[in-house]
Design a protein around this ligand. Structure first.
Ligand SMILES: [Zn+2]
Length: 466
């Protein structure tokens, strides 16, 4: 299994630290609003990675965080805490905001068949561990107390910023141009580990005691601290969105590697943005669609999952309703072809084993989903055109289950039609043989009314769900 590593800028073979199991950490949602479909795109690729690792015979231990404190409006320690702001707008407590949006985020993930992480850990549930982490950094001389926060001294780390390739001087300039600052901050690029509940944060509702003063943890710290607690020094794979590279992951690496002296993750994977009609999603543009919007417009939630899989995770994807409509039509075709396992006919032979190999070869090559889907379409088109023999229908059924484990499209969940419906189809075939077109048409209408369409093929009548 080869994956593109943002750190090395190369596609690398994954070599798990423990022989047969993979430690995976994925940065989870900040729970201050509903997940939009762009958030789900990243979750779907995390999920696909897990499924491909499993298909390769590897066990996966997957940990995800929930950011319920400390994520400020700008990644670079500026602005208000996103949850605190939302709590004020909605006139709820910040704890209510966290609980409400966490529940919705997890439900939205599940709705597109994203398998739940083995452990989901809230930032607010590991405050003591985060404080311990800072203490250790302080002992090693990487942390210092400023007026408004305890900071990480980024200049103490030789390779700070290695994930972006940006050098320290450039980054310092970039940050300096931002709105700043705490005068006690030694370098513009230093970032907050622990933010005091004073000055602009004096009304911050979530607050804890610490050796340096009352406050709350910075966003980046939770991921470093959770990984250290759950896995130790180094994990196999760490994922996030491309927007995490410059600050959040750069700072995770800094904190963790300063503390352990070891690489935080062997492979860093980043999913590109989803655009909507060519634009970045923004509340002001009214294009931050959710999965419920997809369903409200009559689309299947899994049509969205299929749409996501149609593009490569390292490419930007442009969402349009037309593209979703096409994905919905493709999903229908796949479902109809899958239903052919219930209606064997003819003697065509298919090499499903070879198809599995081709599909897996595409996915193990840095999750090449467009290529995998092209192979899948070829197999399903062939089945739709030629049917499957009685002998092949069982193999085909097994192939579909295998495919569902891999892609989560639920093609294996459809049920056979009822024996009454089968009887109607047989009656209609008999009527056609007797050139009794009236009866044949009536029977067709009856079946249509039950959501069953009939195609008359050389191999006989093939039904599909409308
Ligand atoms: Zn993170």
């Amino acid at each position: 299994l080869k994956l593109f590593n943002t750190l090395s800028k190369k596609t690398e073979e994954i070599k798990p630290i423990k022989n047969d199991s993979v430690s995976l950490y994925t940065c989870g949602p900040t729970v201050y609003h509903y997940m939009h479909i762009g958030n789900l795109r990243k979750a779907i690729f995390d999920d696909l990675l897990k499924r491909v690792l499993s298909a390769e015979g590897l066990r996966v231990k997957h940990v995800m965080n929930i950011t319920d404190v400390g994520h400020l409006a700008s990644d670079a320690d500026e602005g208000e805490d996103k949850l605190e702001k939302e709590a004020r707008i909605e006139k709820k407590s910040v704890w209510e905001i966290a609980e409400y949006y966490t529940e919705h985020a997890l439900a939205d993930y599940a709705s597109v068949n994203v398998l739940e992480a083995d452990k989901i850990i809230k930032a607010t549930d590991c405050i003591n561990k985060e404080i311990d982490f800072i203490k250790k950094l302080e002992e090693k001389g990487y942390a210092y107390k400023g007026d408004l926060a305890v900071y990480f001294d980024s200049t103490k780390l030789k390779d700070y910023g290695k994930l972006t390739g940006q050098n320290l001087a450039d980054k310092n300039v970039a940050v300096r141009e931002d709105i700043v600052i705490d005068k006690s901050k030694k370098n513009p690029i230093d970032f907050a580990l622990w933010i005091f509940t004073k000055a602009k944060h004096k009304n911050h509702a979530m607050r804890w005691q610490s050796p340096w003063g009352e406050g709350f943890p910075g966003w980046h710290l939770e991921c470093s601290s959770i990984i250290y607690d759950q896995f130790g020094d180094t994990i196999d794979v760490h994922t996030g969105g491309v927007d995490h590279i410059g600050t959040h992951h750069t700072n995770e690496i800094a904190q963790s590697e300063a503390l352990t002296g070891k690489p935080l993750a062997n492979i860093w994977m980043h999913t590109e943005f989803l655009l909507v009609d060519g634009h970045k999603m923004a509340k002001s543009l009214g294009n931050t669609y959710r999965i419920v919007d997809v369903e409200a417009r009559g689309f299947d939630r899994l049509a969205y999952r299929l749409l996501v899989l149609q593009s490569h995770y390292r490419s930007q994807q442009n969402f349009t309703w037309q593209a979703l409509k096409d994905a919905q039509a493709l999903l229908k075709n796949l479902q109809a072809a899958a239903d052919i396992r219930f209606q064997p006919s003819g003697s065509s032979e298919h090499d499903f084993k070879a198809a599995q190999d081709t599909i897996l070869a595409a996915l193990t090559n840095d999750l090449n989903t467009p290529e995998a889907l092209a192979s899948i379409n070829r197999v399903f088109d062939q089945v739709a055109d030629e049917g499957v023999s009685k002998k092949d229908s069982k193999v085909f059924a097994g192939f579909i289950i295998w495919l569902d484990d891999l892609l989560g499209l639920e093609l294996s969940l459809s049920k056979d039609i009822t024996s009454e419906q089968k009887r109607l189809i047989k009656q209609r075939e008999d009527a056609r043989e007797n050139k009794d077109w009236d009866s044949s048409d009536k029977l067709r209408d009856e079946l249509t009314g039950q959501g069953i369409e009939i195609n008359d093929t050389p191999a006989g009548s093939i039904w599909r769900r409308s």
